[in-house]
Design a protein around this ligand. Sequence first.
Ligand code: BF8
Length: 625
Amino acid sequence: MSQNKHAQKSIDPASQTMLARAEQEGVETAWDRLHKQEPQCGFGMLGLCCRNCNMGPCRIDPFGDGPERGVCGANADTIVARNLLRAIAAGAAAHSDHGRDIVEALLHAAEGKAPDYEIKDKEKLAALAQELKVPREGRSEKEIALDVARKALDEFGTSKGHLELLERAPSQRKERWGELGITPRGIDREIVEIMHRTHIGVDTDYVNLILQGLRAAISDGWGGSMWATELSDVLFGTPEPHRGESNLGVLKEDEVNIIVHGHEPTLSEMIVLAAKDPQLIELARAKGAQGINLCGMCCTGNELLMRHDVPIAGNFLQQELAIITGAVEAMIVDVQCIMPALTDVAGCYHTKIISTSPKAKFSGAQHVAFDEEKALEAALEIVRIAVENFTYRNKDKVFIPSDKMEFVAGFSTEAIISALGGSLDPLLDAIKEGNIKGIAAIVGCNNPKIKHDYGHVALAEELIARDILVVETGCAAIASAKAGLLLPEAAAKAGPGLKAVCEALQIPPVLHMGSCVDISRILVVAAAVAKALDVDISALPLAGAAPEWMSEKAVSIGTYVIGSGIFTVLGTVPPVLGSSNVAALLTKGADDVIGATFAVEEDPLKAAALMEEHINAKRSGLGLP
Ligand code: BF8
């Protein structure tokens, strides 16, 4: 089977194999649909199309030959800024609504309404209680958990005027937010205010608009996402390093294959329990399978591999390819990053797509409501549906690529500190001495506009070769897992300084820190390092990158990362080039305002050079060699 032309689409051998298989089977994938969309709309790409009222849709001519204003009079600056803000609002809403669901799971567990959930990390609950000033003396764990959950829930619509976890940021950063008037007041409030301010006839000043975008995004990073991470750790355990396997080769020809795909560990944790149910394993055997093989995909996969021995089948662009193996009995989905095309692809095979969230139904999918009150019961029913579907697998259609790769994941902030011997000092010393020049975070999605996984893997390899420690989350981390960069042995690819540090600590040069909401873990580490040095985060030798980003969540992430003072390189161009003022503010002017900027660089090798240049400049600023 010729894979050469598919090597243009992905660097991942399993994906190349499955793309060839898709072609042979006549199954359409995201790459085919992108091709059919080309050339994509120029107004849309530049951010110059406004559909915010029904006098429109309006578009601004980027060449100055046509209209310079919409019907209401909005110009390119206003339209581009408003569109950007609405993307931030959607992204912050997605992360934060996920966060709210985790908070409610803890609340209901503490109230006794969600009996299948328990508090796994009691130490983390105690630490959070102390941070939130929840009394602990003489109180039961459930009483403490109830207060912690109520305080967390209050953050979404708090009237106290600022978010609680912002206290984790260094004082210099908090002061800057205060001076700019962008300290988030409540998670939901900032998102609502974006929707208000981008309505016809409200805010037109692009600078004022972008400041609100920063405020909403900060409420995601230091609010909704951070709560999702903290309370997922409380409920399901704080991750610790362990080995696992990645890529489509984790699917098994002789077992019932179930893939959990989406984002919320409240569902996937119950599926983990259900897949171990002896009666269901017995049923699988009765159907002719050797057992039940549970695998993850995208961020739910990341949540699982951080805490369990559950392999990950792939990242965003592999969701269709997994079904094309013909070996997946069920793909169980909840919310976010689930392609509507899945039901079409599944229609070519025996695979059942099982939706579970009232927020996300898919035409053609089977819906099994996942109810916290009867979580395990629902999970057992879902796994049963998958097991029974094994009967309908067509063995002639099964085609599983052999590619799989081991990884070490589970680097929560706590695990990193533990790997360093109990404090961040060894990391600080390595940075001060120059063995590690700095830290780079690579995060975000896949996007068929970029060769699948190339943006992530080439950037990570280039950075570690330059003695820059890489931390990752999301689909970026899955790309590195598949490429073998999450193994301690990958230190051989690092520069001499980083290699020595990795070998001494027995850690990989690329650390998997979790799902996309777990970028909050990176903020916590950055804040702790800044506090230890008594500087703002913007003074640290840190850089961020989203080489293959596509989602609105990624827009919110990028915005809160620069809002936290960390320079960020994007690998795909955001739709802002229709306004030279907005583009200049984000890539230049923001440095004076917030202490960090965006850059756009599609070539990962050039992106690495930009990031190293930035890190070296920050080292000089701190007086480091
Ligand atoms: O939330 S990295 S494609 S799975 S948006 Fe989605 Fe992007 Fe993957 Fe995770 Ni994050």
